[in-house]
Design a protein around this ligand. Structure first.
Ligand SMILES: NC(=O)c1ccc[n+]([C@@H]2O[C@H](COP(=O)([O-])OP(=O)(O)OC[C@H]3O[C@@H](n4cnc5c(N)ncnc54)[C@H](OP(=O)(O)O)[C@@H]3O)[C@@H](O)[C@H]2O)c1
Length: 290
């Protein structure tokens, strides 16, 4: 099956590109090669490549910067998926698109189901929500997979930021009142390839690694596992703080854990616990860093 991948240079894009299952022929495009915000570029590449499936891993992911860079976030996160959906419809291709837990406001005490009403608090969340609609309008040919707190050995992310801070500071303060689930881009890529192999799967889905954590819990695990993996020389003190003590331009949901039970069942995939995914990522990072 001919697959076109956009956003191939990002965390997820790189994980997808290195885990292509047999039976799929991948044509991967970085932002420089296919700007999804440009309708004519998207249209020309889809017409040339004639993919049967398009996977969109491209997004404007700088959550805080988006608050002051609204047009750029809208162009990539809202218009980009619309251009891809239009091109997919013309080519008769299926479109798999990735969205975020930040479409929710976090004001509920149990995991968010796909039926729950979104209410984004940030420009990033609002633009990502807008990008879901054209994909879902494809009906049986469109699939949106919302996910959360993505990290990998590639690119910048919370794990790498924490390792850097922990290597140079004896004390690190981390927000403890935002709860969700860290998700490895590697496992997310596996889920997307699984969805690629299930043509009947469509509509709105949630995917994340198993378990739950606050950013503070995640940081504690990064420290413990980082020391065990030999990436940190010694443990540091990690101090739990409140969101109000760490003001950011974008508001974030307090509780954004996604309920994935239906998707895990439909995909027949057992997700890894986030802590074992973290251990695996750190081992790979250690191998890369030497
Ligand atoms: N990271 C997270 O914590 C998180 C959480 C929930 C959901 N998600 C979603 O998961 C998906 C994958 O995210 P990620 O973590 O892999 O993000 P990422 O590492 O920031 O990668 C995004 C990629 O999109 C590319 N891109 C930006 N603008 C583009 C454009 N106009 N046309 C084509 N490509 C463009 C970027 O290229 P340049 O670097 O060249 O700009 C980058 O390679 C996204 O849909 C994201 O919204 C991520």
């Amino acid at each position: 099956m001919k697959v076109m991948l956009t956003g191939a240079g990002g965390q997820l894009g790189r994980e997808l590109a290195r885990s292509v299952p047999s039976g799929f022929d991948l044509a991967a495009f970085t932002s420089g090669e296919c700007d999804i915000g440009d309708a004519s570029v998207v249209s020309a590449i889809v017409a040339r490549e004639k993919p049967q499936l398009i996977i969109n891993a491209a997004a404007y992911t700088a959550v805080d910067k988006a608050e002051s860079d609204v047009a750029a976030a809208e162009r990539v996160n809202a218009q980009g998926p619309a251009h891809l959906a239009a091109a997919a419809a013309r080519a008769g291709a299926r479109l798999l698109h990735v969205s975020t837990d930040f479409v929710f406001d976090g004001n509920q005490g149990h995991p968010w189901r796909t039926e729950d009403s979104p209410h984004p608090l940030s420009v990033y969340g609002r633009t990502k929500l807008a990008g879901e609609a054209p994909v879902l309008q494809l009906g049986a040919q469109g699939l949106v997979l919302r996910t959360s707190w993505v990290y990998s050995v590639f690119g910048g992310n919370f794990v790498k930021t924490m390792l850097r801070l922990m290597a140079s500071h004896p004390v690190v303060r981390v927000v403890a009142d935002q709860v969700g689930a860290p998700t490895s881009a590697r496992g997310l890529a596996e889920a997307l390839w699984c969805a690629a192999g299930k043509p009947a799967l469509h509509g709105l889905h949630h995917w994340r690694d198993a378990g739950a954590a606050s950013w503070y819990d995640f940081a504690v695990a990064i420290c413990e596992e980082g020391v065990a993996a030999g990436l940190l020389q010694r443990p540091v003190d990690i101090v739990p703080i409140q969101t109000q003590d760490y003001p950011t331009p974008a508001r974030r949901p307090g509780y954004s854990l996604l309920d994935c039970t239906q998707t895990w069942r439909e995909m027949e995939l057992v997700p890894a616990h986030w802590r074992s995914s973290l251990r695996r990522m750190l081992a790979e990072l250690k191998e890369i860093n030497g």
